[in-house]
Design a protein around this ligand. Structure first.
Ligand SMILES: *[C@@H]1O[C@H](CO)[C@@H](O)[C@H](O)[C@H]1NC(C)=O
Ligand SMILES: *[C@@H]1O[C@H](CO)[C@@H](O)[C@H](O)[C@H]1NC(C)=O
Ligand SMILES: *[C@@H]1O[C@H](CO)[C@@H](O)[C@H](O)[C@H]1NC(C)=O
Ligand SMILES: *[C@@H]1O[C@H](CO)[C@@H](O)[C@H](O)[C@H]1NC(C)=O
Length: 364
């Protein structure tokens, strides 16, 4: 019986290999030899669409630590092992990557890197695939989720083996969060080590509506998620060990209200997720922004929160924290809000929602 199953699997694999060969005749880009690992299988929405395959060479991994503030490129030809002599074992590694139509050269990745490197212990890997992310359509990423995951995991595995999985935190934006979640799963499957933490910054919703696809709790010891476009571009429901919903997590976030176009509202609200997170990386306890633990009803915009049950938002969230947290962020720097916590009551918070009209409008 098992042999039969294996045979069927083999046959399926060989047919997908010949599909790949077919594709290569039209398009001489060589597809990575991996098969799809996970993620929804969907037909391309466009007939005869020439899918741009994901290649190792589309990715640039750069390693930074206190001895190498300018970074060392991790070389594919050396299986990304050329940096290993520079990696401090038992020191944290933060692996940062962006999402679709996003940049890493300025902004998100570099600002987070600089924040982490203020602490001499931190080591950072930036995974940049900007030219690819600007060239391809969202569904092409979804179609090739497995290939992305293989490429990320190949780069990260040698480092995980050196520093130990628990010392690794992945921080990823939008669809990047899903790709990294699956990469983390692959790493665990090959090294038997679990990644310590995955921070998903406003993970995308479209094509990842079903919780078993993409980022989920089982992929790391601690998965924390910040929602800023819940129910429009971003996943609405909690999927981490901890889920923060700043201002209720929904569009429009503060400062984005004046933009009248929906696209701009989503984009602006999505972008806020990383700036808020960045500001917590080196924050001191007196400046911690606290989230209130809540239960959310079936309707996303209603939270029942206990103002006495709090946990720090962002990088400082302890790995022991669990549940859904609401917080208000109007501006930075955060005023310390500790004084508010002498109440022991559950309060209903209702956030004005525009979910229906924004649903599926855009994915980032
Ligand atoms: C594809 O083929 C053309 C012509 O044979 C060649 O110039 C080009 O470099 C190839 N592209 C890749 C990515 O191999
Ligand atoms: C990891 O291994 C588990 C158990 O064998 C399997 O169910 C899962 O699909 C694997 N994950 C990936 C991304 O291959
Ligand atoms: C995105 O957020 C960053 C950090 O908060 C900010 O500096 C930048 O101006 C924002 N970009 C856009 C397009 O809103
Ligand atoms: C707050 O409420 C909890 C649960 O209802 C209770 O156990 C605790 O003693 C209360 N704390 C204070 C300070 O009233």
């Amino acid at each position: 019986m098992n042999k039969l199953v294996a045979l069927i699997l083999l046959l399926q694999n060989s047919s997908s290999v010949s599909d790949n060969l077919q594709a290569n005749q039209n398009n001489n880009i060589t597809r990575p030899t991996s098969n799809r690992i996970s993620g929804p299988l969907r037909k391309s929405p466009l007939e005869n669409f020439q899918m741009r395959y994901v290649l190792d060479s589309d990715f640039h991994f750069t390693f930074y630590n206190k001895d190498h503030p300018k970074g060392i490129e991790m070389l594919k030809d050396e299986h990304y092992k050329n940096i290993l002599p520079q990696v401090f074992p038992d020191k944290p590694v933060r692996f940062i990557t962006h999402g679709w139509k996003a940049s890493c050269k300025a902004g998100f990745c570099t600002e987070l890197r600089d924040e982490y490197l203020k602490n001499e212990d931190n080591q950072v890997i930036i995974a940049e695939w900007e030219s690819l992310s600007n060239e391809i359509e969202y569904f092409e990423i979804v179609e090739q989720t497995g290939e992305f995951a293989v490429i990320f995991s190949k780069a990260l595995t040698p480092v995980v083996e050196k520093v130990h999985g628990e010392n690794v935190q992945i921080i990823a934006l939008g669809v990047g969060a899903h790709l990294c979640g699956i990469a983390a799963e692959l790493i665990t499957n090959t090294t038997k080590m679990k990644i310590g933490r995955i921070t998903g910054l406003d993970p995308s919703w479209r094509s990842f509506e079903i919780p078993i696809y993409g980022l989920q709790k089982s992929q790391a010891t601690f998965v924390d998620i910040i929602h800023t476009t819940a129910g429009s571009s971003g996943i609405p429901e909690p999927r981490g060990h901890v889920d923060f919903y700043p201002n209720g997590g929904i569009v429009p976030q503060p400062g984005c209200r004046r933009r009248f176009m929906r696209f701009a509202l989503d984009k602006c609200s999505h972008n806020l997720s990383w700036g808020w997170f960045k500001n917590t990386i080196n924050s001191q306890p007196k400046n911690y922004k606290m989230g209130y633990r809540c239960t959310s009803g079936k309707i996303l915009n209603i939270f029942y929160c206990n103002f006495n049950d709090v946990t720090p938002f962002g990088q400082m969230t302890p790995a022991s924290a669990r549940g859904v947290y609401y917080l208000e962020i109007k501006k930075w720097p955060f005023p310390s809000n500790r004084k508010e916590f002498n109440k022991n009551e559950t309060k209903k918070i209702e956030v004005q929602s525009r979910i229906k009209e924004l649903r599926f409008f855009l994915c980032l």
